[in-house]
Design a protein. Structure first.
Length: 323
């Protein structure tokens, strides 16, 4: 299998570090004498032929930039056979033999479809939700976590001064990885995630009471968006114990900002590895990482895997909040 012309795209929700990854793909490709093209606006760009040539210079000064210089989208058209055939036609017309797609599970399902039409594809996990089962880490998670932690630290100052209860909603779609990590990092009174069954009295009200018995007069409840809305949780707290919580939905602020060192370096390694995998003749793979080691897995196998919140995080949270 010869690799002459690689297309790289970002798809799904953007994540800090995607630019560092695109940069690594481009520079590794050029290092090996391979042409590299940026496909803009995710899979939609492959359907419509929205493509730009990328060289060393076009990715200069992007390693520190949040967002994605290639733009991103969630493409409904690409989920259809007609859309996929159009994308394949673009590849054939332009002579793109390989596609590197940075995104989440939806992005990888798209990549898998393309691979069935004979295009080489490699997926790279990029989502702040960190919910891709075949890897411990996804590009953007570390920056998003640190952004949320910084915001919640600020909230704590005012909650402490007014002796209030705060309910903060953290992103994560159907997953609680971000909320759990952030909750542990800010010393939350309680953390609610969709992966763990929630008993409101035990997991929220009793935690607040325990904190009060221990002399605290402000309380920080972190809720993953997939576990319920912060407004509903706040209302239930008010109805049950007559505290008057303030609600903060961190929202898209968590997706922005300059990537942390960890995100930049991991994104760079993943981008590099994706090109190396193509050169090794591999196809239909997802780049993944576990405990600092980088590897790859078949897309079908990767998509079929399951992961869950680490039991240790659940146990540590119980110990920290059950004082
Ligand atoms: O998948 C990333 C994510 O930020 C989720 O945490 C969130 O549920 C979703 O995207 C929001 O999507 P949108 O940017 O389309 O509102």
């Amino acid at each position: 299998m010869s690799v002459k012309r690689i297309g790289v795209l970002t798809s799904g929700g953007d994540a800090p570090g995607m630019n560092a990854c695109v940069r690594a793909v481009v520079r590794t490709a050029i290092y090996h004498g391979i042409e590299c093209y940026g496909i803009r606006r995710g899979w939609n760009g492959l359907i419509s032929g929205d493509i730009i040539r990328l060289d060393e210079k076009s990715v200069a000064h992007t390693i520190n930039r949040g967002g994605t210089i290639l733009y991103t989208a969630r493409s409904e058209e690409f989920m259809t056979e007609k859309g996929q055939r159009k994308a394949v036609s673009t590849c054939k017309f332009l002579g793109l033999d390989s596609i590197i797609a940075i995104g989440g599970d939806g992005t990888f399902r798209g990549a898998r479809a393309l691979s069935k039409y004979g295009i080489n594809v490699i997926g790279i996990p990029g989502t702040i939700d960190n919910d891709i089962s075949c890897t411990n880490y996804c590009i953007g998670f570390d920056t998003a976590a640190n952004t949320a932690i910084e915001c919640i630290d600020k909230l704590r100052d005012t909650m402490q001064s007014h002796e209030r209860c705060s309910v903060v909603e953290v992103m994560g779609r159907n997953a609680g990885y971000l909320a759990m990590y952030v909750g542990l990092a800010v010393g939350a009174t309680a953390v609610l995630v969709p992966e763990e069954p929630i008993d409101f009295d035990r997991d929220v009200i009793e935690k607040i009471r325990q904190a009060r018995f221990n002399g605290f007069t402000h309380y920080m409840i972190v809720v993953a968006e997939g576990a319920g809305s912060a407004a509903d949780i706040a209302k239930r707290i008010k109805d049950t114990i007559e505290l008057d919580p303030r609600v903060t939905v961190l929202g898209h602020i968590q997706r922005g900002g300059s990537p942390t060192g960890r995100d930049r370096v991991n994104a760079t390694k993943m981008g590099y590895l994706a090109v190396e995998l193509l050169l090794q003749g591999k196809n239909n793979r997802i780049v993944c990482t576990h405990d600092g080691c980088f590897s790859d897995v078949d897309i079908d196998e990767g998509l079929a895997m399951k992961k869950n919140i680490q039991q240790m995080e659940v146990d540590v949270l119980a110990a920290m909040t059950g004082i």
